[in-house]
Write a protein that binds this ligand. Structure first.
Ligand code: ACO
Length: 322
């Protein structure tokens, strides 16, 4: 039996940090409101001339070094993102070129905040099929360029970043299960109204911004994340107490706490980065994984449940031994 195993991790956050106090100067909000409603204290914001592939390359180099692999070893690149540099070519090919890699398949997956889990799950299939020996998988966003900075209901939530992992085949687990799902009926609750084939050239300032019914997203997110986690545990006959770490999508501390409570998992076993990163969409789970690995909490052999939920809605989980 071949498993996929994470051989190395990396993350990159843009240099500029925007605190809640900085936001108080831009919109009618307070540090107290943002902290109590979302748990966010600060977020990193990309520079005007930075693109998502820039962030990907930085995170990838760190992950490759951590795994002890070089550009010559990489034979698959998958990037989960909603904020690619260009409509085409796909961002994974831009990353491939920048890393000096030639010839291997390179593609992106768009599943909003679940993008990394979709990318990792897809990679797992390539590895199990015996087609891939060393994959670079990235979740990355510059979501702050999609935000309306006059809309206090959304601009306080998001941040930029990239998380990368190197995935290799292994005789021992490894990724034990992947579960993905989606339900397009919820599009109106969270979406971006402009795209390649819709209003791209008509859109003016104010049309291009994230539209969200926060309250309703919140409710479906908590319900779905609890169900997704339980589904992964049940499929593997694993009790929640056997989990070493839960790494949920970092959208909102209250969603994370409600999900952990629903599952009966103590917050000490949950990796939380939302206070420092904000909601970085597809980048949130791989960056949280990297934070846990690098600060020594996550050790080899630990049982970890990754889960995410995002626009679409899309959702997913990966249960793995690190
Ligand atoms: N500062 C101060 N007041 C604000 C702000 C702000 N930044 N934003 C909204 N308010 C006000 C509203 O205008 C409203 O005022 P009113 O009562 O006078 O009308 C009041 O605060 C309450 O607004 P709600 O939207 O009901 O506040 P809620 O407690 O639901 O929190 C939030 C809003 C944080 C967006 C929450 O609903 C949430 O986190 N939802 C989940 C959605 C999410 O995380 N989306 C991110 C992307 S999706 C994903 O990653 C899954």
């Amino acid at each position: 039996m071949i498993y996929s195993k994470i051989a190395g991790t990396g993350r990159y956050l843009p240099a500029r940090i925007m605190t809640n106090a900085d936001l108080e100067k831009i919109v009618d909000t307070t540090d107290e409101w943002i902290r109590t409603r979302t748990g966010v204290e600060r977020r990193h914001v990309a520079a005007e001339d930075q693109t998502t592939s820039d962030l990907c390359v930085e995170a990838a180099v760190i992950a490759m070094e951590d795994a002890g692999v070089t550009a010559d070893d990489i034979d698959l690149i998958v990037v989960g993102t909603t904020s690619p540099d260009l409509i085409f070519p796909n961002i994974a090919t831009l990353v491939q070129h920048r890393l000096g890699i030639h010839g291997c398949p390179a593609f992106s997956i768009e599943a909003a905040c679940t993008g990394f889990l979709y990318a990792l799950t897809t990679t797992d299939k390539f590895i199990r099929a015996g087609e891939t020996k060393c994959a670079l998988v990235i979740g990355a966003e510059i979501i702050t360029k999609l935000v309306d900075w006059t809309d206090r209901a959304t601009c306080v939530l998001f941040g930029d970043g990239a998380g990368a992992v190197i995935v290799k085949p292994s005789e021992e687990a490894g990724i034990m299960s992947c579960h993905l799902g989606a339900d397009g009926q919820y599009k109106e609750l969270l979406y971006y109204p402009v795209g390649a084939s819709k209003d791209l050239h008509k859109a003016g300032v104010g049309d291009s911004r994230i539209l969200m019914k926060g309250n309703e997203v919140f409710k479906v997110a908590v319900r779905t994340l609890g169900k997704v986690a339980q589904e992964a545990l049940d499929a593997n006959g694993i009790d929640k107490d056997d989990l070493d770490w839960l790494i949920p999508h970092q959208a909102n501390l209250r969603i994370i706490q409600a999900t952990a409570k629903r599952l009966g998992i103590p917050m000490e076993k949950v990796i939380v980065t939302v206070q420092d990163h904000g909601n970085t969409s597809a980048a949130s789970v791989p960056m949280a994984l990297d934070v846990g690995v690098r600060d020594g909490r996550i050790q080899r052999g630990h049982l970890i449940l990754l889960e995410a939920f995002g626009g679409g809605f899309t959702w997913g989980s990966v249960l793995m031994r690190y």
